[in-house]
Design a protein around this ligand. Structure first.
Ligand code: F6R
Length: 620
């Protein structure tokens, strides 16, 4: 949730750190700070509440100089949003500065002990406990790497930490404990970078090392030395990241979300690239390290994810069960591990956990994958962020989305890419299980090939109506989204998009359930967005629309272009092209994203950084 950047090298550290923090703005935060060191000037600490521009303004008035530094954007967990609570935090001597992403779960106990030893605290944060502990052990060991080692042994929780000490001014110390967030170390020419998220440092280097849980790294301008928490030295591979940093820039768009909605046709092409063999009617998922034999054994899948990715998991259930006839259960990752799930039947190794995550760093999803591992069940991850923790934890390979960086907090292109990746996985499973013949797979491939073009059509043709509807309805206080079967998760997703960026209360419901309660909410002020593209229960959906009309609700329908019956029943119809019913959600969700976007803009909301939200949720 918090963003972390560090630098050591010949450049002005302030510039590199601020640039990185700017790149992390999308994570959402409430305050920011930097600590920069120069042997002549000394340690310079600047912190500000609010947007990064406040810190930038502060730095204009009180500039910092030096070639080593760290910076942080905070998303408050312990202690209110104040300058004193903003990072970096200092040890008692003021020589050590620390930034952290995560939560020190036992910080009260540690703080109590430190208070007894005579330490004083200026903030209410758990991070200051790390700073004080580091200082405490540094006094004894006179080596920050070793002090970090001792400190980590006392922390409980998930933490990504970066620190430096003015008595060792040529090195940063970074550590990772648990899954609170990643730490990437960028390798430059006689310079090193540290970041919680790759985009923060991509403009400087594409060569990155990722720290694993319980790694401690001493980072100098010309070396990176990594040690495990148990004291053994370890080498981590250097990954070359192929992303284009320009892709992360907003270009001519007003908001990243708008850009990412428009990027969907390209993203859908990229997720398919190299994975379909039209001639032989085959799906090739090379990154999936499971062969036909492994896949044939799978009889049960637990799909797990959070938020929008959980909606993708709900859609994946329909795809996998229909195409491969393999049973799928879907869990919120945050609930999964606490319900003591029974994953493996006694005798057969027939179960797989499917984790879906854009960032690959969502702590609950990672914990669900670890639960699978603890129970001896392999996991496959559908993930966007290259080299992320989920990608590395997956046994069956990450199925990368290749959607490029998603910066807007509200997920759009990653969601539709997840649906297509899940479809590919379902077809690959069907291929192994023999539930589909090559000719049938060929037909699905044809639908997939047409999908990016159809998505482009939806964007181009429905945008004006989405804007018009946003103008008409942006002042409402509530909205209801209805769908059935595979389009029920799309109703959930439409409601989530609207509520998270426009702060309008919105609910997604299975349309058939409406009469069991929510129908009481419907009156002439309630927009009811109904997903009514053709499938085997289209008529039932039409009946549900009639029920809404009878209560004077305002019906906005997503339906097929030219559907006259729907045009008669609904107040407004957003027409989308027809694809295979299992792929239809990909097209149906796009107008819902655009509607939410334009409503939020008209309400003057901060679309890319909605209040209280963060792009990757690395705390429980
Ligand atoms: C909503 C949204 C969130 C994320 C959720 C999981 O638009 O983006 O609900 O989907 O926090 O994030 P990832 O996919 O990174 O695990």
């Amino acid at each position: 949730m918090c963003g972390i950047v560090g630098y050591v090298g010949a450049r002005e550290a302030t510039e590199v750190v601020l640039h990185g923090l700017q790149r992390l703005e999308y994570r959402g935060y409430d305050s920011a700070g930097v600590a920069i060191y120069d042997p002549v000037i000394g340690l310079q600490l600047r912190r500000s509440v609010g947007k990064l521009s406040n810190l930038q303004q502060r730095l204009l008035n009180e500039p910092t100089h030096g070639h080593i530094g760290i910076g942080h954007t905070r998303w408050a967990t312990h202690g209110g949003v104040t300058e004193i609570n903003a990072h970096p935090h200092r040890d008692a001597s003021g020589a050590i500065v620390v930034i952290q992403n995560g939560i020190v779960e036992n910080y009260l106990a540690l703080k109590g002990r430190l208070l007894e030893l005579g330490y004083q605290f200026e903030s209410q944060t758990d991070t200051e406990v790390i700073a004080k502990l580091l200082g405490h052990y540094y006094n004894e060991l006179r080596d920050l790497g070793r002090a970090m080692h001792r400190t980590l042994q006392e922390l409980r929780g998930g933490n990504a930490i970066v620190a430096f000490c003015i008595h060792e001014p040529d090195q940063l110390v970074a550590a990772r404990l648990g899954n609170a967030g990643g730490i990437a170390i960028g390798i430059g020419n006689d310079e090193r970078f540290i970041a919680s998220d790759i985009p923060a440092i991509l403009d400087y280097t594409r060569d990155l090392i990722f720290l694993e849980d319980r790694d401690i790294a001493v980072v100098r301008r010309d070396s990176v030395t990594i040690m495990r928490l148990d004291g053994t030295p370890v080498e981590r591979p250097i990954h070359r990241i192929a992303w284009d940093p320009v892709a992360a820039a907003k270009g001519d768009y007003r908001h990243f979300m708008q850009k990412e909605i428009d990027e969907q046709p390209r993203a859908l092409m990229d997720v398919l690239r190299g994975r379909i063999d039209q001639e032989h009617g085959r799906i090739e998922l090379e990154d999936l390290r499971l062969n036909d034999h492994d896949l044939r054994r799978i009889r049960r899948i637990y799909a797990t994810a959070c938020g929008t990715a959980w909606h993708a998991a709900l859609v994946a259930k329909f795809m996998i069960e229909h195409l491969a006839r393999v049973r799928v259960e879907v869990d919120y990752a945050s609930e999964f591990r606490y319900r003591n799930p029974i994953l493996q039947s006694d005798s057969e190794h027939d179960t797989l956990v499917l984790a879906i995550t854009q960032s690959g760093e969502t702590v609950d999803t990672l914990a669900a994958m670890e639960e699978a591992r603890a129970q001896g069940v392999p996991s496959v991850a559908i993930v966007n962020a290259i080299g992320s923790q989920a990608a590395r934890l997956a046994d069956g390979g990450p199925i990368y989305l290749h959607a490029g960086p998603e910066i807007g907090v509200a997920s759009t292109k990653a969601f539709t890419s997840m649906l297509v990746a899940a479809y590919l996985f379902a077809l690959r499973l069907a291929q192994a299980h023999g539930t589909l013949k090559p000719q049938q797979i060929r037909e699905h491939i044809q639908a997939l090939i047409e999908l990016p073009g159809q998505a482009a059509q939806v964007i181009e043709q429905t945008k004006p109506l989405c804007i018009e509807l946003a103008e008409r309805y942006h002042r409402v206080s509530n909205a209801l989204f209805l769908g059935r079967q595979i389009n029920y998760p799309i109703a959930l997703e439409g409601a989530l998009k609207l509520k998270e960026i426009s702060y309008i209360h919105a609910e997604g419901y299975p349309a058939g359930e409406m009469k069991h309660g929510p129908i009481a909410l419907i009156d002439e002020n309630m927009p009811v967005i109904c997903i009514a593209t053709h499938d085997h229960i289209y008529e039932k959906m039409i009946s549900n629309i009639e029920q809404v009309r009878a209560r004077h609700g305002q019906v906005i329908a997503i339906g097929h272009q030219g559907d006259e019956l729907l045009a008669e029943k609904a107040h407004h119809v957003i027409g989308v092209p027809t694809t295979h019913p299992l792929l239809q959600p990909v097209l149906n969700v796009i107008p819902l994203q655009m509607f939410a976007y334009h409503v939020a803009v008209l309400r003057g909301c901060d679309v890319d950084q909605p209040r209280n939200l963060a792009k990757s949720v690395t705390v429980e």
